[in-house]
Design a protein around this ligand. Structure first.
Ligand SMILES: C[S@@+](CC[C@H](N)C(=O)[O-])C[C@H]1O[C@@H](n2cnc3c(N)ncnc32)[C@H](O)[C@@H]1O
Length: 270
């Protein structure tokens, strides 16, 4: 773990936080003035950001449903976000009521809402851990993880809309490898990630507005994001704009595909 990684903090509403900024874009109520200031400045710089946030959330739902339909019953969802519609366990348990999910986030406000994440089916099981993605041991060896997930069976590692908050100096590729090394072949990895490949000018403007806070994002290229899937084979259609990843038939072609600024992919461990 990098030395400057802070321990999960107490809730400080005067400092903007990614979970609450995202909540604002999704129309939630768990955001504060500091979050709204950054969120609105980002909208002014990149009006497509609200649709991008919705598209990211929709990708999460489709990816989890796909994984559950493939027979995956266990999920490690890191960077969970504030509970909203279509939480991972709801989507997975709608396919398989016995699905089990461990949720992880480092924003104390998510912990405050964790009860919503812990209400699942009687056959399934969910757990919530407040921890930092950059400290894999604190997650992989946590008693609640070990009590909920069986590491001798395939697990889906879900890190959606979160890896861009891991700076290069915190070794995002090494961090993700710790998780992907911990699971058996047949396990899956689902990732979405901000990129400047699709709409470079708007992404630059968005970064300028968003990155005034203490948790800046780092856009990454398709080649960089594909590196997270080292040792995995991408399922169709590969790494694409989140709107284009197995869209539901009634969604139709997205008018904001190129504006999305977000790639999504799902891979299977070889
Ligand atoms: C944009 S939200 C995505 C939420 C959800 N995965 C989704 O796609 O709808 C990013 C989440 O990652 C969390 N996050 C950011 N950095 C993190 C870290 N180092 N460790 C754990 N969670 C982190 C934030 O608190 C936030 O809830």
């Amino acid at each position: 773990m990098a030395e400057h990684v802070p321990a999960p903090s107490k809730l400080d509403t005067s400092v903007p936080h990614p979970a609450r900024i995202y909540d604002y874009w999704l129309g939630g109520n768990d955001n504060f003035e500091a979050d709204r200031k950054v969120a609105e400045a980002t909208v002014a710089a990149f009006p497509g950001v609200v649709q991008a946030a919705q598209g990211n959330r929709a990708f999460l739902g489709r990816a989890v449903r796909f994984l559950a339909e493939q027979g995956i019953t266990q999920f490690l969802d890191i960077g969970t976000g504030i509970p909203t519609q279509g939480n991972t366990h709801e989507v997975a348990q709608a396919v398989n009521p016995a699905a089990r999910v461990v949720y992880v986030d480092n924003d104390p406000i998510v912990m405050a809402h964790a009860r919503a994440l812990l209400r699942g089916t009687p056959e399934g099981r969910t757990a919530y851990i407040e921890a930092d993605l950059r400290d894999p041991d604190s997650i992989l060896k946590h008693p609640d993880t070990l009590a909920t997930l069986d590491f001798t069976e395939p697990i889906a590692i879900v890190i959606v809309g979160t890896l861009m908050f891991i700076r290069d100096e915190d070794d995002p590729f090494g961090v993700v490898k710790r998780y992907t090394d911990a699971v058996v072949p047949g396990s899956h990895l689902a990732v979405s990630h901000i990129t400047a490949d699709l709409a470079p000018e708007t992404m630059e403007a968005a970064a300028k507005a968003y990155n005034t806070g203490p948790t800046p994002f780092t856009p990454r290229t398709a080649a960089e994001i594909t590196r997270f899937f080292d040792g995995f084979e991408l399922v169709d259609p590969g790494l694409v704009a989140v709107f284009d990843w197995r869209p539901d038939p009634d969604e139709g072609p997205s008018p904001v595909t190129r504006q999305a600024g977000l790639y999504g992919a799902v891979g299977r461990k070889l």
